[in-house]
Design a protein. Structure first.
Length: 84
């Protein structure tokens, strides 16, 4: 299942991902810090939603209450819930 998530509170504005059961594939960010947004998709490729939530959910970016990683964890959870 392909899923799009409009981020809130980050420099990136959109996250696209594919979900195969609980497994996350093909994460793509639109906007934000180029290096981080290339690295995050490679690091999470093939991880489960739960692993992503555990590892990067809740991470903050500077003074912000969220981060691109945190937004990805939220996007994965919403995609999983919509898929069930």
């Amino acid at each position: 299942m392909k899923y799009q998530y409009r981020t809130q509170g980050t420099c990136s504005s959109l996250i696209e991902l594919e979900l195969d059961g609980h497994i996350v594939h093909n994460v793509k960010f639109t906007g934000g810090c180029d290096g981080n947004l290339q690295a995050i998709p490679q690091l999470v490729e093939g991880m489960t939603v739960e692993e992503i939530e555990e590892r990067i959910g809740g991470i903050r970016c500077g003074y912000k209450n969220t981060s691109c990683g945190d937004q990805l964890a939220k996007a994965c959870r919403l995609a999983l819930e919509q898929n069930q």
